[in-house]
Write a protein that binds this ligand. Structure first.
Ligand code: M6R
Length: 364
């Protein structure tokens, strides 16, 4: 059942090219994104007053990538909320808004409560769900299923990639509907998205390197993940993945925010994982990495192939293929997942079923 892999998590990491392909292919029509299967038309996307994305954990991180991509391309404001916060903060949602809930299981209690709240306020709900026929899928007004297949490992991997993939399709369709990108640009972006499964496959070549980096982390008691923009979102996902299965404390921080408190935690040998794939922010993130390095940190950097750094700043580098910045999250997540996986394996822990956690959080 593990298809020759030692753990479900590793199997699911390797299933990502297929999962993404199966999720996007039926939603691309004649080279253009097409989400009409769920009843969502370009006209509707153009007319909603506001967009909310609500989810928990890893699904919320996919929502953060979604916010970034939608805002960048469609120039439309998106609010992202953790479901347990959204449900109690009396959000300003109206019947003119679209609330997008993202959930692998479709059974997460807080996400379900957020859906109910959105309905009470008269908003329409679009659910991005992996499990067919789940509560959230049944109760939402529109459903876009991700086609990752069953995800068994408690740590979510392939579900995250397909959730992101749906966010990109949504952003493209929205941007084209709003006229913030041309048809030509929309076709180009869609064609680039279709290459992602192959690029994920290529990114898997970093597996041995990730295993080696993991061997340097097993004695750590605390770790930082830093990044800016889309890289910050990914560093949040990397940090969650590592802590939930390896039990090593880790925190993700916006790189520019370190100076406002967190950098005082950095002592000799503390591993700091910098995610630095965004060209326009590279210099800034690198200068933050230099700051932690000069305080003794053991620096590990995830970056595009061929990125050059000054001598002695990076202790370890994990390179991923070069894509345009906006698409980088779809492959950058691979080394983050692999580092978490191998750290846990090397520590001899239960990768697929970490303590205190359930695959689906059905109670508040
Ligand atoms: O089933 P859901 O997508 O609604 O679950 C949300 C979170 O509980 C889930 O992503 C959790 O954070 C994972 N264990 C992370 O790997």
């Amino acid at each position: 059942e593990k298809g020759g892999y030692e753990h479900f998590m590793l199997k699911e990491i390797h299933e990502q090219p297929t999962a993404v392909k199966t999720t996007i292919s039926p939603r691309i029509n004649n080279g253009m994104p097409d989400l009409s299967e769920c009843g969502l038309t370009p006209e509707m996307l153009k007319n909603y007053r506001k967009f909310f994305i609500v989810a928990c954990g890893t699904a919320m991180h996919a929502g953060m990538v979604g916010k970034y991509v939608i805002e960048k391309l469609a120039r439309t404001e998106v609010t992202v909320d953790i479901a347990s916060e959204f449900r109690y903060r009396d959000p300003i949602v109206t019947s003119e808004d679209l609330v997008i809930v993202i959930s692998q299981s479709g059974e997460t209690a807080d996400t379900k409560a957020a859906l109910h709240l959105a309905h009470e306020k008269g908003a329409k709900v679009l659910a991005v769900v992996n499990v067919k026929g789940s509560s959230i899928a049944r109760e939402a007004d529109m459903v876009l299923y991700t086609h990752a297949g069953p995800e068994i490992s408690v740590a979510s991997t392939k579900a995250f990639s397909v959730q992101m993939a749906v966010m990109y399709l949504l952003a493209y369709e929205m941007a084209y509907a709003k006229g913030t990108i041309t048809e030509e640009e929309c076709r180009r972006l869609t064609a680039e998205l279709q290459k992602i499964p192959e690029m994920i496959e290529k990114t898997m070549e970093c597996e041995d390197r990730c295993k080696y980096v993991a061997s340097k982390l097993i004695t750590a008691t605390s770790l930082l993940y830093i990044g800016r923009g889309l890289d910050y979102t990914l560093s949040m996902e990397g940090s969650l993945k590592l802590k939930e299965i390896s039990y090593i404390h880790s925190e993700s921080y916006a790189a520019g925010e370190l100076k406002h408190g967190t950098i005082s935690l950095v002592t000799d040998g503390m591993p700091v994982i910098g995610v630095a794939t965004q060209s326009d922010l590279l210099e800034k993130t690198v200068s933050n990495i230099m700051e932690v390095k000069s305080r003794g940190a053991f620096t590990i950097t995830v970056c595009k192939e061929g990125t050059e750094f000054s001598e002695g700043v990076m202790d370890e580098v994990i390179e991923v293929p070069v894509l345009e910045d906006i698409l980088m999250p779809l492959i950058t997540v691979i080394p983050l997942q692999l580092v978490a996986y191998y750290t846990t394996v090397l520590k001899g822990l239960n990768v697929d079923k970490p303590r205190n956690l359930a695959k689906s959080v059905t109670v508040e």
